[in-house]
Design a binder for this molecule. Structure first.
Ligand SMILES: Cc1ncc(COP(=O)(O)O)c(C=O)c1O
Length: 387
């Protein structure tokens, strides 16, 4: 065999059946082969297991899909290249022309754009509500035939808590699919509610280290199977190496999330007593309007603490810039702490009334709490508040 041939046909290395790697290897291969055409055909007819092409399926992705489905308490999962791809693909796969969708002013801005601008181009109508208007939600579901209701809990950034029991019951009564973007609460939360589809940004807590992007759509098998082809042909799938990194990150997910929650609780309690802080939005504080609901629905209160400072946008900037351990940055859920002032989260697409529901002002500051030593974080916050 000449070099150019050998280099393209490297020797196969067989790992014996009883000699498995402890960590599954990355199947960084686009194509998979069978020994015969007949077996290839049997696989394509669904008569045997196997892999063909990584946009369709890949063993590294499959392991991650099954892990995420198990922790969210559902049967199956589809992976996407980012969180927004998960949300938009779920909506695209479930909705058709003429359908009606309910969404909320408190949602992640690209989700609002996708429903209000993009789906609208394809004849999907929508109603935008406030997540704490449970009577309005029930009324709209009863009055308007609705294909899907998409929502988040806790919401970004002021951490309102959706009433999952009432929302899912009302949706079931009117034959509406519920899609919960569960990124903030995490995979270990909300599985006990009758939610049809969970979407997650894996960019946040799943990978945890801020070095890889991904998304997941998790549901029961029949629904995932019904959506699968739409996902395959739109092609926003995850790369195997990204899936490997996310699978690796998940090993410490529980430890990280627990530590971040403990830090967040202590920081929220500290900030609630500080004279420079007007309001602390954190569902773990008894003063939070959603505290009782969060206690009933969640195992913990999350890792985000949002505050309203005494003062204006300039004070919020000064505070954010004075912090040394909190980086001024978008995103959340990584091991290091982050700060995001309200000026960087202004909901420009919302009407005045909707902006009031969203609750973001120039004095709003979102803190994503990391796994650092909590005393160090509190000392840093103290110094910045004094400035
Ligand atoms: C609640 C929520 N959903 C979805 C996303 C989108 O995730 P990604 O950045 O992975 O596309 C984000 C990102 O911040 C988010 O906060």
């Amino acid at each position: 065999m000449k070099h150019s041939t050998r280099l393209n046909h490297p020797p196969a290395v067989k790992v014996p059946e009883d000699n498995r790697p402890l960590v599954a290897p990355v199947y960084q291969s686009v194509k998979f082969t069978f020994d015969s055409v007949a077996e290839s055909e049997r696989q394509s007819r669904g008569e045997r297991e196997g892999f063909v092409y990584s946009r369709v399926s890949n063993p590294t992705l499959r392991q991650l899909e099954l892990t995420l489905a198990a922790v969210q308490g559902r049967d199956d999962c589809l992976l996407t290249a980012s969180g927004v791809a998960a949300t938009s693909m779920a909506l695209l796969a479930l909705c058709k022309q003429g359908d009606h969708v309910i969404l909320f002013a408190q949602m992640y801005q690209p989700t609002r754009y996708f429903v209000r601008r993009l789906l609208a181009r394809y004849g999907v109508r929508h109603t935008m509500l406030s997540i704490d208007d449970i009577d309005g939600i029930e009324r709209t579901l009863a009055d308007t035939p609705t294909r899907a209701m998409i929502f988040e809990s806790p919401t970004n950034p002021v951490l309102k808590i959706a009433d999952l029991r009432r929302m899912t019951a009302a949706a079931k009564n009117s034959g509406t699919m519920t899609i919960l973007d569960n990124t903030f609460a995490g995979f270990h939360n909300h599985g006990q509610y009758d939610v049809d589809v969970f979407v997650h940004s894996l960019t946040k807590y799943a990978s945890g280290h801020g070095d890889v992007m991904g998304g997941a759509v998790i549901a029961n098998r029949a629904l995932i199977d019904a959506m699968r082809t739409d996902f395959i042909v739109t092609g926003a799938t995850l790369d195997p190496h990204a899936a490997f990194l996310i699978q690796r990150g998940l090993k410490t997910y529980s430890l990280r999330y627990e530590r971040q929650c403990q830090n967040a609780q202590r920081i929220a309690e500290f900030l609630a007593t500080h004279p420079q802080v007007r309001v602390v939005h954190f569902p773990g504080l008894p003063s939070h309007p959603g505290h009782a609901l969060a206690r009933e629905q969640m195992h913990d209160f999350g890792t985000i603490v949002t505050i309203e400072l005494q003062g204006d946008a300039a004070a919020a900037s000064r505070f954010s810039e004075s912090l040394q351990l909190f980086a001024i940055s978008a995103s959340l859920g990584s091991t290091e702490s982050l700060v995001q002032p309200g000026q960087l989260m202004r909901p420009r697409d919302l009407s005045t009334e909707e902006k009031g529901w969203a609750g973001i002002s120039d004095s709003t500051i979102r803190l994503s709490i990391g796994i650092e030593d909590c005393d160090d974080l509190i000392a840093d916050l103290t110094r910045a508040l004094e400035k």
